[in-house]
Design a protein around this ligand. Structure first.
Ligand SMILES: [Zn+2]
Ligand SMILES: [Zn+2]
Length: 356
């Protein structure tokens, strides 16, 4: 028996050694198997009818390995929308089964750099990946034209190279870049419908991110399900109004206590400019407890926190970030990270949350 065991163990070790030595060819074969599956897949078609909300960026400009710049991918009735495109948005979308070339429109909440710095890559991948003949529609309040024109200028040379290299049929020259679709800034208590097609309605509403103005959030309705994305804002009665009875409230959150620790460290290091910035940002964001209070007031069925500030880098920080939240909100809370997905199947009351 002992001999048999020794023989078995020896065989296993020999097998592992052979596998290790042949790891290159083995990986190549596995890649061949995966590539044929992944390249031809239709991950959006595989989703259930309804709303599927995916965080293609759950963070802020501060580096957090689990949370890239803000990006919310929303599939509504098979149509893909993106709310804000922070750094890594397009790469994350590809990892998360949201092919950039399927993007029907991008909705910007405001024009802070961390919400737009992934737009260039997203528009190129959408154009070249889908051979689109029209630019990517870019919705936003007044000012969105400036953003679209700036990207057009910055990417003009790149677009020329791609047309010259791949040909006009593969990359139609008129499909490059972004097409601004500005809408008027909604007044308080008067949201503006900015998309209404095939049962999908997108409504923009005013938020308060002063001195940044204009700034909006969005509500998306489809198949009897609903989601509200706050964008960047202080605690806002307007959000509580717009999110009345919503299935999912995706709300930004910044912890004043944890950011205060960074401010103190900056002051102690004599970095007064940096300390001023981390002190300033407290006055135009929402504390986690305040987001929970808004969700409670609205009667939202689920609260998903995103645009998480500061980075939550080690065990225990997520608990510290959520201090006081369960007491303020009677529903379920998810602390978002890249890849967090909430599925809201049409015509049901189901809410299914999966973390990446
Ligand atoms: Zn932001
Ligand atoms: Zn902002």
């Amino acid at each position: 028996m002992r001999r048999l065991l020794l023989f078995g163990a020896g065989g296993l070790i020999a097998l592992l050694v052979v596998a290790f030595l042949a790891r290159g060819p083995l990986a190549t074969s596995v890649m061949g198997l995966l590539a044929s599956r992944v390249v031809g897949a239709d991950p959006i078609g595989a989703l259930p009818d309804g709303l599927t909300v995916t965080l293609c960026g759950a963070g802020s400009p501060l580096p957090d390995p689990r949370r890239s710049g803000p990006c919310v991918g929303i599939v509504a009735g098979g149509t893909l929308f993106v709310v804000d495109a922070g750094a890594a948005a397009a790469r994350n979308m590809q990892r998360m089964g949201l092919p950039p070339d399927r993007t029907a429109a991008v909705f910007l909440t405001h024009f802070h750099s961390d919400h737009i710095d992934g737009l260039g890559e997203l528009s190129v991948l959408r154009w070249a990946g889908g051979s689109h003949a029209r630019p990517l529609p870019l919705y936003g309040p007044p000012g969105v034209e400036t953003v679209a024109a700036g990207f057009a200028q910055a990417y003009r040379l790149d677009s020329g190279y791609r047309v010259a290299h791949h040909g006009e049929e593969v990359v139609p020259p008129d499909g490059a870049g972004l097409e601004a679709r500005p809408f008027r800034m909604p007044a308080a208590g008067a949201p503006v419908v900015v998309w209404d097609e095939e049962g999908v309605r997108v409504t923009a509403f005013r938020v308060d991110h002063a001195p940044v103005s204009p700034a909006v959030g969005y509500r998306i309705d489809y198949g009897g399900r609903s989601v509200v994305v706050s964008g960047d804002t202080v605690k806002s009665a307007e959000i509580a109004r717009v999110a009345k009875g919503v299935d999912l409230l995706v709300h930004e959150a910044l912890s004043p206590e944890l950011v205060g620790i960074i401010t103190q460290a900056a002051e102690e290091a004599g970095l007064t400019a940096r300390a001023k910035i981390t002190r300033d940002i407290l006055d135009y964001h929402t504390a986690p407890v305040e987001a929970a209070e808004t969700a409670e007031e609205a009667g939202a069925r689920h609260l998903l926190l995103y645009h998480i500030v500061p980075p939550l880098l080690f065990p225990g920080m997520e608990t510290a970030f959520l201090e006081g939240v369960p007491a303020a909100y009677s529903g379920e809370v998810t602390l978002g990270r890249d890849g967090t997905r909430v599925s809201l199947p049409a015509g049901s009351t189901e809410i299914e949350v999966t973390l990446d």
